[in-house]
Design a protein around this ligand. Structure first.
Ligand code: FES
Ligand SMILES: [Fe+2]
Length: 418
């Protein structure tokens, strides 16, 4: 008897339409994603390649980059160096020597004017060009031109307080990615704000659970009873224009019961609405911005494994607040740490349930979870697109004062596409 052996390659479930059916459905019949999206190591690996190696990925704060300094950042499965050349221009390169490929730097370092390989000491200028190759030409090669062996560049840009890298040349420019967010936050002048403090925590949850938790205020009253006093459920609005982000706003940020948010001086030049609001934006894929009148709280997410994320929390202050004494800054820092600890507890619990529960995806709440639907569609688009050039920028509300300033109907399903 002859046994027929078939060698059909096994397709991962997330390459099929069925996997994304609940995500592609309209909001009112949508579901969340399959638990594999949060728990499967194979999904994680594909996501690193399809999303993180093709998106504009946040790699930290714009202020991290400085002349004479090199930053080392993971982007998907790659390692990238970021420097500022003599003219102050940002540069980024793969962290790999052009001689025999050795990793150039293990961690951030002061480098002066030369990036140096530890192996045979090839040296590169901060613009990536090769400048020295010790003893290499003691016996000359037939043709060797240093100009052919500069570090391999990748795209790097700063916006506001953030630093971004993109490994694909086919992905849209950063400003198209951000959509109308720069315009919505123009009155803050974020490019002039300065980091006051950063700290890092490892969270036993998938990076998407942390972002999704940030995007919805459905959990506010139960998970954050303290926060709900200053950021009341009924004061939350949609804050969503076109762009690769999910936005909401709290207007007004009340100081009635706790004044932790008001101990630092507000930024100068805020418009009437910005002066009394907090703007929240989850910029796809991995950075969460809370922009208040007197500080920005940044959560930068670095996926480590399917169930593990390194989160860097940073507090960035406007010029008016940067010299504020520690007594004025401390309430703001501890307030966010208290809120964040509550979020960490619940997302770790979410991860455990998804890992061990084996339940199918559940329905999303249209009033509260429309941003998750938007976010999960962006993820689906990246996971399934042949090229990042095929990924569309999701649309948003019009530029009317009501929709831009969060003064419109609340909740705003009228603005949603039914
Ligand atoms: S591998 Fe870098 S100098 Fe040889
Ligand atoms: Fe929360």
């Amino acid at each position: 008897m002859q046994i027929e052996v078939t060698s059909e390659p096994v397709r991962a479930p997330w390459t099929t339409d069925e996997f994304w059916a609940g995500t592609r459905a309209d909001l009112f019949s949508s579901t969340g994603m399959h638990p594999d999206a949060y728990t499967s190591p194979a999904f994680f690996d594909d996501e690193q390649t399809s999303v993180f190696e093709r998106a504009w990925v946040c790699v930290g704060l714009a202020a991290d980059a400085a002349p004479g300094r090199v930053l080392v950042r993971n982007v998907g499965s790659r390692s990238v160096l970021i420097s500022q050349d003599g003219d102050g221009e940002l540069r980024a390169f793969y962290n790999s020597c052009r001689h025999r490929g050795t990793e150039l730097y293990e961690c951030d370092a002061d480098v002066g004017t030369t990036l140096r390989c530890p192996y045979h000491r090839w040296g590169y200028n901060l613009d990536g060009s090769l400048k020295s190759t010790p003893r290499f030409e003691e016996v000359p090669r037939e043709s060797f031109d240093k100009a052919d062996y500069g570090l391999v560049p990748v795209r790097v840009e700063a916006w506001g307080v953030l630093l971004f890298v993109c490994l694909s040349d086919e992905t849209m420019p950063l400003l198209d990615w951000l959509g109308d967010l720069p315009e919505r936050m123009a009155s803050h002048g974020l490019e002039n704000w300065t980091p006051r403090h950063s700290q890092t925590v490892d969270i036993k949850a998938n990076w998407k659970l942390i972002s999704e938790n940030f995007q919805e205020y459905y959990h506010l009253g139960w998970v954050h009873p303290e926060l709900a006093k200053v950021s009341r459920v009924e004061d939350h609005y949609r804050f969503q224009g076109p762009g690769m982000y999910c936005g909401q706003t709290t207007t007004p940020v009340s100081g009635d019961e706790r004044d932790d948010w008001l101990t630092l001086p507000p930024a100068d030049g805020l418009d009437e609405s910005d002066a009394v609001s907090s703007r929240f934006a989850a910029i796809f894929p991995n950075v969460l911005l809370s922009v208040l009148p007197n500080h920005v709280f940044v959560l930068h997410l670095e996926p480590v494994e399917a169930g593990l994320t390194r989160e860097t929390c940073s507090w960035v202050l406007p010029p008016s607040g940067i010299d504020a004494p520690d007594e004025a800054f401390e309430p703001t820092r501890t307030f966010w740490l208290d809120v964040n600890d509550e979020d960490i507890d619940i997302v770790e619990r979410g991860q455990r349930g998804l890992t061990r529960g084996a339940v199918p995806p559940g329905p999303l709440a249209p009033r509260f979870e429309e941003p998750l639907h938007r976010f999960q569609r962006m993820l689906a688009d990246f996971m399934t697109a042949a090229s990042p050039a095929d990924v569309p920028v999701p649309g948003g509300d019009d530029g009317s004062v009501e929709s831009r300033l969060g003064a419109g109907e609340n909740p705003s399903p009228a603005l949603l596409d039914r």
